[in-house]
Design a protein around this ligand. Structure first.
Ligand SMILES: Nc1ncnc2c1ncn2[C@@H]1O[C@H](COP(=O)(O)OP(=O)(O)OP(=O)(O)O)[C@@H](O)[C@H]1O
Length: 244
C-alpha cells in the first residue's frame, strides 16, 4: 500500500445543462479514512458523488483517484479500478434471490460474495430469499454487501439510511469503519443523520447551495453543533457563528 490520498477533488464545478449546482469544491480522502458529506436537501451532495464516479461530466476542476486524474474517464473505467458508487437506489433486483445478486457481474467485474457474507452473516442465512421479501435493513445490507464484495479502493455511499430506522443505521455504519481499517480503502459518505455520520467519520464537510460551508475534523464538528446548524441554515459560518 502506498501513502497518499485515495481521492483528491480540486476546484470541482458540476451541474446540469451547463448550470453549476456545485462550485469550486475541494476535498481529500486519505487511505483508510472516512469523510462525511453533509448538507441540506438540494445542496449538491448526490451531484458531487455522481461527478466523482464519472456519471456526470465535470464543468471545471479535477478529480484524482488513487493519484491518477480520472476527469476524462468513464464510469466503467473508474469502477474497474476500484471506485465503487453505492447509490441511494441500492442496486437491488426484487425478483432475484440474495445469492443471485452475487452471481451478477457489475460493470464486467467479478464479485467476491464471501466478503459480503463475512460482514453481514445474516445474508448467508437469507441466501435463497428473494430480495423483494427482505426488510429495508436487510436490503441495505445486500446493497452495501455487494458494494464491499467488489473490493473498493474508494467507496461512495449515498444515503445508507434512506427509509431506515436510526437503530438499523447505527448497526450498518460501523461496518464502514471496519472495512477502511482492514483494507485501507477510503469512504465518502453522504448522510442525513449528521451526528451518526460524524461519529464514524474522520472528516466532515457541509455543502450548502453548492458551496462548501464548513470542513473540519469530525470530532471537532461533532462538538460544535451550533456551527453545523448555522451552516445548514445558510448563516454566516466563518469565525464565530451568529447564534441568538
Ligand atoms: N437530473 C437533474 N437535472 C437538473 N437538476 C438536477 C438534477 N438532479 C438534481 N438536480 C438539482 O441539483 C441540485 C442538487 O441536487 P442533489 O440531488 O445533488 O442534492 P442533494 O444535496 O443530494 O440533496 P438530497 O439530500 O435532497 O438528495 C438541486 O437543486 C436539484 O434540483
Amino acid at each position: 500500500m502506498t501513502d497518499g490520498n485515495v481521492l483528491e477533488v480540486q476546484n470541482l464545478s458540476v451541474g446540469y445543462t451547463g448550470v453549476p449546482v456545485v462550485r469550486n469544491l475541494g476535498l481529500r480522502i486519505g487511505r483508510g479514512e472516512i469523510a462525511a458529506l453533509l448538507g441540506p436537501n438540494g445542496a449538491g451532495k448526490t451531484t458531487t458523488l455522481r461527478a466523482i464516479s464519472r456519471l456526470l461530466p465535470v464543468q471545471s476542476g479535477h478529480i484524482l483517484f488513487d493519484g491518477e486524474p480520472v476527469t476524462n474517464q468513464t464510469p466503467q473505467q473508474v469502477a474497474r479500478s476500484g471506485l465503487i458508487h453505492m447509490s441511494d437506489r441500492r442496486g437491488i433486483f426484487p425478483n432475484l434471490t440474495v445469492e443471485e445478486h452475487f452471481r451478477l457481474r457489475h460493470r464486467g467485474q467479478k464479485i467476491n460474495r464471501d466478503i459480503a457474507f463475512d460482514h453481514f452473516p445474516v445474508l448467508r442465512k437469507l441466501a435463497k430469499r428473494r430480495a423483494a421479501l427482505l426488510s429495508g435493513g436487510e436490503q441495505q445490507m445486500l446493497g452495501l454487501g455487494r458494494a464491499l464484495a467488489r473490493e473498493p479502493k474508494l467507496l461512495l455511499v449515498d444515503e445508507l439510511s434512506l427509509g431506515l430506522a436510526p437503530v438499523i443505521v447505527k448497526d450498518l455504519l460501523p461496518v464502514l469503519r471496519r472495512v477502511v481499517a482492514e483494507t485501507g480503502a477510503g469512504v465518502l459518505l453522504v448522510e442525513q443523520h449528521v451526528q451518526m455520520a460524524l461519529e464514524i467519520a474522520d472528516h466532515g464537510h457541509v455543502l450548502v447551495h453548492g458551496d462548501l460551508a464548513v470542513s473540519g475534523d469530525a470530532r471537532s464538528l461533532r462538538q460544535d453543533r451550533k456551527l453545523i446548524m448555522s451552516s445548514y441554515l445558510g448563516e454566516r459560518v466563518s469565525g464565530e457563528p451568529e447564534v441568538a
